[in-house]
Structures are given as C-alpha cells and as structure tokens.
Design a protein around this ligand. Structure first.
Ligand code: PLP
Length: 347
C-alpha cells in the first residue's frame, strides 16, 4: 500500500469493505470452512480486514493470533534448537516466562539485557540470532534505543519489537529497521478490556508467510468476535491515545510533585505511567483507598487501572513500592482528585 494517509487516519479508514453497496464495516464471519478454504489456514474476512488495517498502520504484513502471547510463541517457533535470543530484563512477564521455559527445556539460549544498555544490545546483535525488544517496557516503562540496535543488527540478528505500549501512533518499529512488530491488541488497540488478541507484522512477505505457517501449525487463531472487536477498537485508537497521553502527562507531572511519591517514570507519550511509593505497604494502602481508579490488572482500556506489579509472581525484579498505572479516558481532574485523596491518606 505504501505511505499514504497518516496513522491516525489509517486507523479509521483501513480494512473497510470497498465497492458500491458494501457495508461500512466488515461483518463478523463465524466460519471454519470458506468453500475449499479452511479458516485456520486462510483466515476469515473479519481477521483479514483487521490484518489489512494493522499492516497498513505498521507498514508491513500482519497476521492475527489468539493472544499477544501466541505471537511470542509463533516467533520462537521459527528458531532452530539451540538458537540464541536476547530479551530485555524488564519486559512483559509472560514473554519472559516463555523465554525462561524454552531455555529450561534446552530449546534456546537466552541472554537477558538491561533495556537501556544499548552497548549490551549492540554486542548481542553480533552474536545472537534474535533480539526481542519491547519499548517502552512493561511494567517499568524503560526505553530501548531501537534505531541504534537495528543498525547494529542489520544483516545479522533478526529484530522483533513488542509495540504494545507505544502503539503505531507512538512509533512504527519497521520504519526504524525492525524485522517484526508484535502487539497484544488485548490492550490499547482493543481499548475496552473486552477481548484477547495478538498480531505480528513482518517487514517482508516471506517472513510474514513463515509467521502465518506458524499460526496454521500452532492453531492459535483469533476468534471472529475478537477480531471484529479489535477492529472496532482500532477506529478510536487515535483519539484514545492522544487523550490518554494528555491526561497521563498531566498526572505524571502532579505525581512527581507529591511528597508521598518517590519516583515517576513517564516516557512523554502514551497511556502508561510507573510511579513509586516508599514501600509495598504504602503502595497496597493506596490501591485500597482509590475510589475511581480500579485496582486491577491489565491495561490500555478506557477505564483507568493501577496495580503493584512486584506483588505478582514473575515481576519480583520490580521495586516493591512501584505501581503500574494505565490512564484511561475519565476526566483527568477526577483522576487527580482520586489519586490525591489516596496519596494524602497514605503519605
Ligand atoms: C499483555 C502483553 C502481552 C501479552 O498479551 P496477551 O494478549 O495478554 O496474550 C505481550 N506484551 C505486552 C507488552 C503486554 O502488555
């Protein structure tokens, strides 16, 4: 399709049926057989519309999966036994669990790299088979220097970027030299905490074909309803991302000035903030005292939610008093009122 409209516009127009008399939106097509085609192999019109839209937003060839984590599985499925992968020491807990398991089973060799340690990534680019990047990272919102690392990896290690937090509105990693982008559309693309879905987007068609084959073999196909809901969510991603970014910037600034808050991390755009209180007890009390912001896991929905990740198995490396805060679309002044009353009562 090439460069055409802006990402914000493409989120609205891409993947719609074309031609006189066509519906505005692709229908939900619950089908396993489509004539001689079988949906696990060929997809359904609903998945294909979502894939076309996300492919255009990221500038590559998209494949939809049952979940974000199924995309990690599909990428690992392409690696021969004994391959070496580098993975960020702070990254989505399920991704790290997948790499840890593959290593324990003797399938892969894993190297854990501190997200901001660009030198270590550049060294890994010359030695590893695959670099798995995630930026900003979940849950600590660390940043990885994607262009420096793709430049070092060119013609050597393949580079994958989990773009769940930034979304294509924040960055388009394929244009920065990455080979594959993955998304958990469960989060910001879906945007309403009502579905599980993942997508891979490959820069070249051959790699996209290999990922599609991995889906056919592995069987982690998306549901018809989920694909439709993800496409429906995508239509408002531009305004949701812009509004959540505005609110998050305001809240990050105010959090930084509150005496109970010892540290704030906000990458400058996007819906996610990480902030720390002096210890786990204070952070747990804050969670209990919030009245508007939900004390809940997951992120990227229209409703704000917050969670102390170190309380969860697999995220013990996160500071004990750190909270991952997903900023939704409520009035930001109401969000601040809620945070301020809870912070005042614990601090
Ligand atoms: C949630 C998440 C995933 C996993 O996605 P699921 O849809 O839950 O399987 C992967 N990467 C990141 C950054 C996530 O936040």
């Amino acid at each position: 399709m090439g460069a055409d409209w802006s990402v914000r516009t493409l989120a609205i127009v891409a993947g719609r049926p074309e031609g006189v008399g066509q519906p505005a939106n692709v229908p939900i097509v619950p089908a396993s057989a489509l004539g001689l085609g079988y949906s696990r192999e060929d997809g359904t019109p609903t998945w294909v519309a979502l894939e076309e839209a996300i492919g255009r937003l990221e500038g590559g060839h998209a494949t939809a999966f049952a979940s974000g984590i199924a995309t990690v599985s599909a990428v690992l499925d392409l690696l021969p036994a004994g391959a070496e992968v580098a993975v960020p020491s702070d990254s989505y807990v399920g991704t790290r669990a997948m790499f840890d398991h593959a290593e324990r089973m003797g399938r892969l060799r894993c190297r854990r790299v501190t997200p901001a340690d660009t030198e270590a990534w550049v060294a890994a680019a010359g030695e590893a088979d695959l670099l798995w990047l995630e930026s900003p990272t979940n849950p600590s919102l660390e940043l990885i220097d994607i262009p420096a690392i793709t430049a070092a990896a060119a013609g050597r290690a393949k580079v994958v970027v989990d773009n769940t937090f930034a979304t294509p509105l924040g960055q388009q990693p394929l244009s920065l030299g990455a080979d594959i982008v993955v998304h958990s559309a469960t989060k910001l693309i879906g945007g309403h905490s009502d579905l599980l879905l993942g997508l891979t987007v490959a820069a070249d068609e051959e790699l996209a074909g290999l990922l599609r084959d991995a889906r056919t073999r592995g069987g982690a196909t998306p549901g018809a309803l989920e694909a439709w809901l993800a496409l429906r969510g995508l239509r408002t991603l531009g305004v949701r991302y812009a509004e959540a970014s505005r609110s998050a910037a305001l809240l990050a600034e105010r959090l930084g000035k509150h005496s109970a808050v010892t540290r704030v991390r906000y990458p400058g755009s996007g819906a996610m903030i990480s902030f720390e209180l002096a210890g786990p007890d204070l952070a747990d009390r804050l969670c209990e005292r919030l009245r508007l912001i939900r004390h809940a896991t997951s992120l990227g929905g229209v409703e704000s939610s917050l969670e102390r990740r170190a309380a969860r198995a697999g995220d013990a490396h996160v500071p004990a008093g750190a909270l991952r805060f997903s900023v939704g679309l409520e009035d930001p002044e109401d969000l601040w009122l809620d945070l301020a009353q809870a912070l005042d009562s614990v601090g």
